[in-house]
Write a protein that binds this ligand. Structure first.
Ligand code: FNR
Length: 393
């Protein structure tokens, strides 16, 4: 358990990981534009707050006089043995937060033996991130390009670099109206921090750049902009039919590795995911950054687990700030929980050391919470472990 505590190596400057303090510190460290990219939500933050308030509805029921001395928070996800049911959610353009960006995050994920997800809006190449995490458990998050050849090229590279699952994000073919971010002109800022750099060594993308007369060495920002505009936030909605094709292609390229849909918020879509042969889903509303006024992701989780929990691997993200949130999502039926903003804030505060500190603190908090609540195994954390209040707002 000592491994969860941050080392006193003389470089690390301890900072408070209490979520509000962490957020305030990150705000202090980032430029205004960096801060707005990290912290902004869609619309007027309703869904962001709905995500948080949904956690208040569920309360842990502590058990007493139970032997938790040999408790175990390790688990497996798609055959990978990992130290806890906690992973790094995919987040784009990590160089906004720190120059070492994705490389640091992937490295710390490996060190802590937690799953890492690389965003296809990343600011380092797939190969470089794969190398930083070479003995780790890593998944590739895809924003599906309307250009099929381009899409398959990214998946092939991901497989060659040892990424062992594809997570298709279904909720962001266009960025939502985020008053404090893109709508104040932050888009240009993204391109000063490596937006699109993930693709600057992709053979198909290089071909597309050539066709468009763009020299990525002379003008990387313009090249990056083409990547984001045409392959990430392209505005074209995809369909279930197209996703069936994508699953088939992914299975062919990867030799049958898992395929997940991220952004699922309804029982209807969860059932569809089962029907078309997905191995898992991430119940997520993109941290409230896409559809403002939408259902809290935790409320969606509860319904989805009840409907298809025995047919597909259900994972969760959106609004997780503390170990008890993780406990509650597991109790409602999630197999695994991903976090985004917590590690983004750590990265912003102190790069690699900051990510390590935040995630170690979260692991320690989770281990201690499980202990003092009287639960010795993750299997014991079920619906009976929480008291759920009626939904009032
Ligand atoms: C995201 N998220 C995200 N998701 C994704 O599939 N691809 C991406 O590139 C990004 N980029 C991204 C940037 C930033 C700044 C944020 C805050 C989020 C969503 C992410 O994967 C995850 O769904 C949420 O961040 C989880 O909620 P919390 O933990 O941040 O509350």
């Amino acid at each position: 358990r000592e491994m969860f505590w941050a080392p006193n190596d003389g470089i690390f400057q301890p900072f408070d990981t209490e979520p509000d303090a962490l957020k305030a510190k990150a705000k202090e460290r980032l430029t205004e534009q960096g801060w707005l990219y990290a912290a902004s939500n869609a619309g007027i933050n309703w869904t962001h707050y709905a995500n948080r308030t949904a956690f208040y509805r569920h309360r842990i029921i502590p058990r007493m006089l139970r032997d938790t001395n040999t408790r175990d928070t390790a688990t497996t996800l798609f055959g990978h043995k990992v130290s806890a049911p906690i992973g790094f959610a995919p987040v784009g353009i990590n160089r906004i937060y720190h120059p070492t960006g994705e490389l640091s995050v992937a490295k710390v994920a490996q060190e802590l033996n937690l799953p890492y997800c690389l965003s296809s809006a990343g600011s380092y190449s797939i190969e470089a991130v794969g190398e930083a995490n070479k003995d780790g458990c890593r998944f590739f998050q895809l924003y599906q390009s309307p250009d099929d050849e381009q899409c398959l090229s990214m998946l092939e590279r991901a497989v060659e670099s040892g990424f062992t699952a594809c997570i298709l994000t279904t909720d962001t073919w266009q960025l939502a109206w985020r008053h404090h971010d893109v709508n104040i002109g932050n888009y240009a800022f993204y391109h000063e921090h490596g937006a699109g750099d993930i693709a600057l060594n992709d053979p198909v993308f290089l071909k597309r750049l050539k066709e468009a007369g763009i020299d990525h060495e002379k003008d990387p920002k313009r090249a990056g902009q083409k990547w984001m505009d045409e392959n990430i936030w392209h505005g074209h909605a995809h369909t279930w039919e197209k996703t069936k094709w994508l699953i088939k292609e992914w299975k062919r390229i990867s030799g049958g590795k898992p395929f997940l849909l991220k952004g699922i918020q309804s029982v209807r879509d969860a059932k569809k995911a089962v029907e078309i042969g997905c191995d898992g889903i991430v119940v997520s509303n993109h941290a409230g950054r896409q559809v403002d006024g939408a259902i809290a992701s935790l409320d969606a989780l509860e319904k989805i687990c009840d409907a298809v929990g025995d047919q597909i691997v259900i994972t969760y993200d959106s609004g997780v700030r503390t170990a008890s949130d993780i406990f509650k999502a597991l109790a409602l039926g999630a197999r695994f929980v991903f976090v985004g903003r917590l590690w983004i804030y750590g990265l912003s505060i102190q790069g690699e050391i900051g990510v390590r500190h935040v995630m170690r603190a979260l692991l320690a908090e989770f281990d201690i919470l499980v202990n003092v609540s009287g639960y010795a195994t993750l299997e014991e954390i079920d619906k009976e472990a929480i008291d759920s209040l009626p939904r009032v707002a």
